[in-house]
Unconditional design. Structure first.
Length: 259
């Protein structure tokens, strides 16, 4: 998606923090920044320096202007994106507008809440906000009935699902998963070592991934070391098969399978 930031700073390493009520400005304005302490509570790995800026810029997305109340920036290189990524759009966009991500069609559309009309073919799920958008889903593992979980929707994740450590331990999931191997989950706080393995199903609403490889967190700190806000992180690898519509103002998530 093409975007511009005003004033017209170089945003080669700017970041809008995905899934959190924050947005980033550019390195060229770091002289107006200050260190942000305690931000490691939001991240999955080791603490990384984060800088906070005053609200001195706004973003233009196809004529829609976004004016974030605060701005944040840090080095995006450790995230290892394929291709050029200038930023990650978060709550300043999703919290005000309805955002449709058409993964199969490689298109994003943004609607004002009063103008959006959902497709009659779309499934609708209740959505609530904590640190990010949360829906109720479920998993199935060998030898057990479906286990319900609060799942944070993380379009920036390259995984199908990452399960928080307390949830993994409480349901003894490592005893029921197959093909277990060490795995690494990357996030804007760094890398966290966990375990990858195969389970029978990941489901939200009528849509499911069958026999997926998921991540089992093993850390005791960071966002995956607690269930304070959610029990699992549902990633873009699950959502890429669908048209996904975030209606955070209306507390709804729409999913549509175009096949």
């Amino acid at each position: 998606m093409a975007a511009s930031i005003h004033p017209a700073y170089d945003i080669a390493e700017a970041l809008w923090l995905g899934g959190s009520p924050a947005a980033a400005a550019a390195p060229k304005i770091r002289e107006r920044s200050c260190p942000l302490e305690g931000y490691h509570d939001w991240v999955i790995g080791a603490f990384t320096p984060v800088e906070r800026f005053e609200p001195i810029a706004h973003l233009n997305l196809g004529g829609i202007e976004i004016r974030p109340p605060l701005s944040f920036a840090f080095d995006m290189k450790p995230l290892g994106f394929k291709g050029t990524v200038d930023g990650i759009l978060g709550f300043p966009l999703f919290g005000k507008f309805i955002v449709e991500i058409d993964y199969p069609g490689s298109r994003v559309r943004i609607f004002h809440p009063d103008s959006y009309r959902p497709s009659p073919h779309a499934a609708v799920l209740p959505l609530r906000m904590t640190t990010g958008p949360i829906v109720r889903g479920s998993i199935r593992v060998r030898g057990k009935e479906a286990i319900e979980a609060d799942m944070q929707l993380d379009t920036g994740s390259a995984h199908i699902l990452t399960l928080c450590s307390p949830f993994v331990d409480r349901h003894q999931l490592l005893d029921s998963a197959d093909e277990l191997v060490p795995g690494t989950t990357r996030g804007f706080g760094g890398a966290a070592v966990g375990i990858a393995g195969r389970i029978e199903e990941v489901r939200i609403g009528p849509f499911a991934a069958k026999m997926p490889i998921v991540r089992f967190a093993r850390q005791t700190t960071g966002s995956f070391g607690t269930e304070r806000h959610y029990s699992a992180n549902l990633g873009g690898e699950f959502m890429k098969a669908y048209k996904v519509i975030f209606d955070i103002p209306g507390s709804r998530l729409f999913l549509e399978n175009e096949e």
